[in-house]
Write a protein that binds this ligand. Structure first.
Ligand code: FAD
Length: 385
């Protein structure tokens, strides 16, 4: 067992960190912190990421991507705070899903544009009445010649606001068990206009999370991705990877908070001493460091299990997201305590990290759904339905 990263893996992380800090974060900083990035700024961010291959980490090489391992994907995610990870979420997610479920013509039509940032994408399943249970979708698709008429409402979708295309699910009726028969379609604003809006949220305020409304939206049949069952299969496969990926985002954010708190503890003086010399401040740092390390190792383990197709990959993937985000959120909070009142000032950026990390437990499986997946993997009995 070797816990060390290779020199290539360390180099990969250093180069991603440099791009994130020097080229991507400044795009957020030059815009209003309380408003979503304007579309051209969102595209500028995606273009910078694309130039470094960050929009195509997992896309197979034959489709123009980097075809990296799950572990490398996680190492890259560790260098991306949530604002950056969600800033490009509309690109690789839909591109990978189209590669996994679509035909060659669809891959050719959308994947290069998504990777390059020429097309801004989103992947929308959540609706007002169906979040944790995507099978309960109320959005309907009715066939009309060689088109589908799509009517429905998607919400909480990363990248929805100002997107050019949305990969979305619609029901075409019920099967014999009474479950929705779901069709997966690319709805393309250029041929099938639909309404989008930004949803104000606690964190990721400059992000593009929002809603989409389809009102008898005419979508060509050639935009249907795969057949019935494709959406469910591909979503499960991509959630498997994205869960430890979100865990690594949390690890990176907590590491940033810990680095800042450690530096501050070595400078700030109170009662005539450096605060880093007080035992209770050391406890804050020790607890945070343990949280970062245990979360990181668990995520590495989950990502390697995915790479090696190990039998416990589903269990580890769910565990790593739930544990790491909870543990690292607490670590960010402890690090803020090291700063006293400065911890909550908008000047330092820690309060932003705290608001942003709080967004992470919800997508791709809430804590409760992940706990039940873990329970199912342990007992063999599902408590979800
Ligand atoms: C940052 C962020 C990004 C997102 N990005 C996207 C995106 O790109 N595309 C998209 O489609 N959606 C996205 N979402 C939406 C997200 O997928 C849903 O919010 C999530 O699936 C939960 O659904 P819900 O909010 O409707 O909560 P609900 O499903 O209504 O759950 C409410 C509560 O009930 C609990 N619960 C539900 N079912 C069970 C059960 N069987 N057992 C125990 N407890 C249960 C939940 O854990 C939760 O605590 C995003 C959300 C966030 C916060």
């Amino acid at each position: 067992m070797d816990f060390r990263l290779t020199s290539e893996q360390r180099l990969l992380q250093e180069s991603v960190r440099a791009v994130v800090d020097k080229k991507i974060i400044p795009i957020f900083k030059r815009n209003d912190p309380a408003k979503p990035l304007p579309k051209e700024e969102r595209r500028a961010l995606v273009k910078v990421a694309a130039a470094q291959g960050l929009t195509s980490v997992r896309i197979p090489e034959r489709h123009g991507g980097n075809g990296m391992s799950a572990l490398e994907y996680g190492l890259i995610r560790e260098m991306m705070p949530a604002s950056v990870a969600f800033g490009i979420a509309g690109q690789e997610g839909p591109a990978l899903r189209i590669c996994m479920g679509g035909n060659e013509e669809q891959i050719e039509r959308y994947v290069p544009g998504l990777i390059a940032g020429d097309i801004l994408g989103a992947s929308g399943t959540t609706e007002p009445g169906s979040g944790s249970d995507p099978r309960g979708a109320k959005t309907r698709a009715v066939q009309d010649g060689d088109h589908w008429l799509v009517t429905g409402h998607k919400m909480w979708v990363s990248g929805a606001y100002n997107c050019d295309i949305m990969l979305t699910a619609a029901s075409i009726g019920k099967n014999e068990k009474g479950h929705n028969r779901l069709l997966w379609l690319v709805v393309d604003q250029s041929e099938s206009p639909f309404f989008t809006s930004k949803t104000p949220t606690m964190g990721l305020r400059q992000g593009a999370m929002g809603e989409a409304i389809f009102d008898n939206c005419r979508v060509p049949s050639k935009n249907v991705i795969g057949g019935e069952g494709t959406a469910s299969r591909v979503l499960q496969d991509t959630w498997l990877l994205q869960r430890p990926g979100f865990g690594m985002v949390a690890v990176g954010m907590a590491q940033r908070a810990l680095d800042a708190a450690t530096e501050y503890a070595g400078q700030r003086e109170m009662f005539g001493r450096k605060i880093g010399g007080f035992q209770l401040v050391q406890e804050l740092l020790a607890e945070s460091a343990a949280a970062v390390m245990t979360s990181r190792l668990l995520c590495y383990k989950a990502l390697q299990a995915i790479d090696n197709d190990e039998p416990d990959k589903v269990h580890l993937s769910a565990m790593s997201k739930r544990y790491s985000i909870a543990t690292c959120t607490r670590a960010v909070s402890l690090c803020m305590e090291v700063f006293g009142a400065m911890g909550i000032s908008t000047e330092l950026g820690l309060e932003e990290l705290y608001r942003d990390i709080r967004m992470l437990p919800i997508p791709d499986g809430t804590n409760q759904i992940l706990t039940l997946i873990e329970g199912r993997e342990i007992t063999g009995i599902s408590a979800i339905r």
